[in-house]
Design a protein around this ligand. Sequence first.
Ligand code: UDP
Length: 236
Amino acid sequence: MEKKELLYEGKAKRIYATDDENLYIAEFKDDLTAFDAQKKGSEAGKGALNCQISSLLFELLEENGIPTHYVKRLNENEMLIKRAEMIPIEVVVRNIATGSLTRRLGIPDGKVLPFSLVEFYYKNDELHDPIINDEHALILDLARSESELEELKRLGREINVILKSFFDKRELNLVDFKVEFGRDKDGNIILGDEISPDSCKFWDKKTGEKLDKDVFRQDLGNVKVAYEEVLRRILK
Ligand code: UDP
């Protein structure tokens, strides 16, 4: 597999073309950003950890019937993925209230939600990723139909069921997470992007310790140590 030109650079990954038009390479960076990229940092080895964690979680989801863009991990910080036309919606699934949900609606931090909550955010840096509803998504042409939006919600919930029970057994609460989807060459919706402590919130079940990007956001300690602990639990 030959790595070709850089197609896209985001805050945490670079996407490259390959000699196969249907395959891309995702390279995981060590950079960390928070609060709309106002806070910036870097942690050597963070990219490799997220590449490994994401690979293992994509494999878990594929085994459980979730279609993803994942093909295989190539090396420490590169993953081979299927080409997909990304849908600019961040699908957030929540089990426990924290972060923007508590700030927006006044729900107490740490409250276990009566059912898993799915939210859509418009992925747009200039607009600061505003929360949107189904009608906004259709008016903005982010999704092709109501049924495509229903598919995003269904997949988000299914991913949550699989990941929540997986992390439950590893003494971690999956508080919430963000996923992004794309359309493959046949128009099927597939899970894209990454699933890592950059995009999920994990709380240790016994101690409540945060083992995710909040360690960086809130200066709670060493990010790498936290992410290594998540990997260690996944490999348990
Ligand atoms: N999230 C993300 N990218 C974003 C915004 C949120 O990966 O641009 C994730 C975040 O890590 C958390 C979930 O989505 O797992 C919900 O985040 P929230 O809206 O509470 O924002 P926060 O208060 O964490 O900034």
